[in-house]
Write a protein that binds this ligand. Structure first.
Ligand code: NAD
Length: 498
């Protein structure tokens, strides 16, 4: 049985406790991952602190060159990394390659380090006095990441942290841990010094050790809202900077003037892509007025056409869920929705793949629920599976009110032909990332990613300009170079400009 080990100071490090890693398509254990604790985190912090001494002194050119080389290796190994992700997560290889591409864009942003880290300079703010500012790295920083994007979400963090001169400890999800080690090896091949990027595997024990270790300056977290709240509370009370992105319930609003075929096509892909295990998945379609019946008709047809199977099989559009627990949770939620009065238009429960190899896989088919109300569990809970709920309302303002009353505020989309409606929607909706005729509006790497309300705890979105801000501290320098003979009176009053 293969054991996935920690990666500390440029080498694999064993551990004692382990957890199983499954192949979601067959339902069988395929490996085990070591589960770290306080001692492993401490070893990683010691290595990262030592590496920080030289890495933080390296030139912008050296750091940029590592990022360019790392980016090239991500391109060359995209297929291989995509297969590693697919084998442990269950998503299709093409979908996994998509997440690598989106993560690589953050590396490309970090390749422009010289530009994004530029300070500013003010000449002659007072007679003979200039002011300039610059930013410096924090030290050892850590990232705690979810199972659903084992490459992309860590890539939102470490390229920016490392390019700005920090050293990094990644605690990936224990459900699909291999991508983290593969990325660590790519960094080493790219010329990154040992100890700058480390991986400590594990669950709650490893997380708690990170949150309390005095040698860690900042923690980036992405995962479910209850854990995001916990991480933010524990981390900040230990004096660390914390950015904590949480769960989601993303609404796509369809107005009667929208092209229904286009909207349904994109909502179907947004709802069932990656089996709905995306924080930006469309989980609720809000059908406005006359749009409803036509929309449901097309959505039903599209849901029935989704090709479900193992993630590495050609032509498959949707793989299994990540665990048996997730499969049961999603199928139970469909049953509860029916009991609570929703119409099950398409029932994905009990789907079987026509091949005995996959008889015990964690598959469930796309489910489509109509006449869902905001009181039902299927609406209130983040199901994180291939279930699309349709809520019917009469007006756009009513749709906006539904979205604003929801505790989450990660992403949302509006399908319409009206510029006025789109403008009203984007100005009034309490959500961080908005698509207009775009179902999954994940921002490019040079913008920042983050929701509102329970989808982001604290005040720091991730990557882009906010990433630079999060991983650095500013300094402002006020300078005077008096001429040798020049006498400048030293006043006792609080200094003002003259
Ligand atoms: P999760 O919260 O269960 O796990 C996230 C991380 O926290 C993992 O590394 C895990 O090991 C650790 N963890 C789990 N339980 C813990 C505990 N009790 N104490 C301390 N640490 C703990 O999330 P998940 O199931 O891996 O991922 C799915 C969730 O992540 C969904 O809610 C999804 O919406 C969210 N997500 C959000 C974003 C975003 O950008 N907002 C992106 C991706 C995923």
């Amino acid at each position: 049985m293969k054991t996935i080990q920690h990666w500390i100071d440029g080498t694999a490090v064993p551990g004692t406790d382990t957890a199983p890693v499954f192949d979601p398509a067959t339902g069988r254990q395929q490996a085990q991952v070591v589960l770290g604790g306080a001692a492993d985190v401490d070893t990683a912090v010691t290595a990262a602190a030592r590496a920080f001494e030289t890495w933080s002194e390296s030139s912008l050119t050296q750091r940029t060159q590592v990022m360019f080389a790392f980016r090239q290796l991500l391109v060359e190994h995209e297929e291989e990394l995509g297969r590693i992700i697919s084998a442990e997560h269950g998503k299709t290889v093409d979908d996994a390659r998509g997440e690598i591409t989106r993560g690589r864009e953050v590396v490309e942003f970090a390749c422009g380090l010289g530009d994004v880290l530029k300070g500013s300079f003010s000449d002659q703010v007072s007679r003979g006095i200039d002011v300039h500012n610059f930013r410096q790295p924090l030290g050892v920083v850590a990232g705690i990441t979810p199972f659903n994007f084992p490459a992309m979400v860590p890539l939102w963090m470490h390229p920016i942290a490392i390019a700005t001169g920090n050293t990094f400890i990644l605690k990936p999800s224990e459900r699909d841990p291999s991508a983290a080690n593969f990325v660590a090896e790519l960094y080493q091949k790219a010329g990154l010094p040992d100890g700058v990027f480390n991986v400590v595997h594990g669950g709650k024990d490893a997380v708690d050790a990170i949150l309390t270790h005095p040698g860690i300056e900042a923690v980036s977290f992405v995962g479910s809202t209850p854990i995001a709240k916990y991480v933010h509370e524990q981390g900040t009370s230990a004096g660390k900077r914390v950015q904590a992105l949480g769960g989601a319930k993303n609404h796509a609003v369809v107005l009667p003037d929208a092209d229904l075929e286009f909207a349904a096509n994109h909502i179907t892909a947004g709802a069932y892509g990656s089996a709905g295990e995306r924080c930006m998945a469309v989980s609720v379609a809000v059908a406005v007025g006359d749009a409803a019946d036509g929309l449901v008709e097309v959505l039903e047809r599209k849901a029935r056409e989704v090709k479900v199977g193992p993630g590495d099989a050609p032509g498959v559009e949707m793989g299994p869920l990540v665990t048996k627990v997730a499969q049961e949770r999603v199928e139970n939620a469909v049953g509860t929705a029916a009991t609570q009065g929703a119409t099950v238009v398409v029932d994905g429960r009990g789907l079987k793949i026509d091949d005995p190899t996959y008889a015990d896989g964690f598959f469930t088919g796309p489910s489509l629920l109509d006449h869902v109300t905001v009181e039902m569990d299927a609406y209130k809970e983040e199901l994180f599976g291939p279930v699309l709920a349709i809520v019917r309302v009469d007006t756009l303002d009513e749709a906006i009110a539904v979205i604003n009353a929801n505790p989450y505020g990660n992403g949302t989309a509006l399908f319409t032909a009206s510029g006025e409606a789109a403008r009203r929607f984007q100005r009034n909706v309490k959500v961080g990332m908005i698509g207009v005729n775009v179902p999954v509006p994940v921002p490019m790497s040079y913008y920042s990613f983050g929701g509102w309300k329970d989808s982001l705890i604290g005040d720091s979105p991730i990557h882009g300009p906010e990433g630079i801000r999060f991983y650095t501290r500013p300094k402002v320098v006020t300078t005077r170079w008096p001429q040798p003979a020049q006498q400048v009176a030293a006043g006792f009053n609080f200094p003002t400009s003259s």
